[in-house]
Design a binder for this molecule. Structure first.
Ligand code: HEC
Length: 126
């Protein structure tokens, strides 16, 4: 291959990369930096509980409803599901768990990462 052909080939490859980048529309691909999702300061009250509230989890998992025997209306109850693995299993749609939110849209990767981080931290009441 001569010099010019190489340059053209390289240009094509670059273009392909750019096009692929533009074609994807999810947040992670648009923000590929490792720190695009900030999990450094997750708390129960400020982060996890808000995620459960904002995604309708509490509607079906109130103490009075408790779908599937799971109640998510207090720290103690959420902690129980953090410890038995069902909280993360359900929101990450892991096999063997009922995918949550039931009938709704899966949580964003960032929200799942935050819940996971809180669990990895020992699921503290903070
Ligand atoms: C529309 C009602 C509804 C919503 C909204 C909902 N759930 Fe559920 N959830 C259920 C039902 C019903 C079950 C029992 C499913 C089963 O056992 O097949 C369940 C089961 C679960 C389980 C146990 C899963 C397992 O396999 O052991 C967890 C944990 C859970 N939900 C968490 C959540 C979280 C977190 C959210 C919000 C992101 C959520 N749910 C939203 C109805 C709901």
């Amino acid at each position: 291959m001569n010099h010019l052909t190489w340059r053209l080939a390289l240009l094509c490859l670059l273009n392909l990369g750019l096009l692929a980048g533009c074609a994807s529309d999810n947040e992670e691909d648009l923000n590929p930096q490792p720190n695009a999702c900030d999990t450094s300061a997750v708390t129960f009250s400020g982060t996890v509980n808000a995620i459960l509230q904002n995604n309708g989890c509490k509607n079906c998992h109130a103490a009075s409803a408790g779908s599937g025997g799971v109640v998510l209306d207090s720290y103690a109850e959420v902690k129980k599901r953090a410890d038995d693995g069902r909280l993360l299993g359900a929101i990450s749609h892991a096999s063997g768990y009922a995918p949550m939110p039931l009938g709704g849209t899966k949580l964003s990767d960032c929200d799942i990462a935050k819940v996971k981080k809180w669990i990895d931290n020992g699921a503290p009441n903070n």
